[in-house]
Design a protein around this ligand. Structure first.
Ligand code: S3P
Length: 175
């Protein structure tokens, strides 16, 4: 059984886009953890935050991602929600049992990708675009020491296919 590949990083770092392409190249199953959470809960993540709050979301997130990680039947490429790697329990399993790759995106790139979307509660519409850049910068700074624990780091200031190439180059002896 091959190891799962887990893509880690900030919102807008390209985990889903890159993960889909990577899974096709490697002929593996693709899982986006946010989509799984929405499927299991029957509502959008934005609504989960609004109705039940972040703590509730994090509990659901932990449980659903644990199930995915512990499913040994499939080798998956997993696009992990941006905050999930901050969870100690999940991080421990990811670091021990999977190939983890941090997609390291600049504040500018994340800002460009996220400014039009209001689907991300942590960058929500209450924040005007002026402080959105600061929110992204602060969150990235706070999370960087944790994200950097991933086995590999790949800068994402390039086209998704190029980012995939870089990942494939990192993991070539492991898959
Ligand atoms: C979050 C990232 C989101 C989603 C939720 C919280 C975070 O996923 O899980 O809004 O804490 O960074 P993406 O990274 O896929 O946008």
């Amino acid at each position: 059984m091959k190891k799962k590949i887990v893509l880690i990083g900030m919102m807008g770092s390209g985990k889903t886009t890159v993960g889909k392409i990577l899974s096709k190249i490697l002929k593996l199953n693709f899982i986006d953890t946010d989509i799984q959470i929405e499927k299991k809960c029957g509502i959008k993540i934005k609504k989960i935050f609004e109705k039940y709050g972040e703590h509730y979301f994090r509990r659901k997130e932990e449980k659903i991602i644990l199930d995915i990680l512990l499913n040994k039947k499939k080798t998956d490429v997993i696009a992990l929600g941006g905050g999930a790697f901050l969870n100690k329990k999940l991080r421990k399993i990811i670091l021990k049992e999977t190939i983890s790759v941090w997609l390291d995106a600049s504040t500018d790139l994340i800002y460009k990708r996220c400014k039009k979307s209001n689907e991300r509660p942590l960058l929500n519409e209450k924040n005007n675009n002026k402080n959105l850049r600061k929110i992204i910068k602060d969150l990235s700074k706070e999370r960087k020491p944790i994200y950097s624990k991933a086995k590999f780091v790949v800068k994402t200031n390039e086209k998704p296919l190029k980012v995939c190439d870089k990942i494939l180059n990192c993991i070539k002896n492991l898959v």
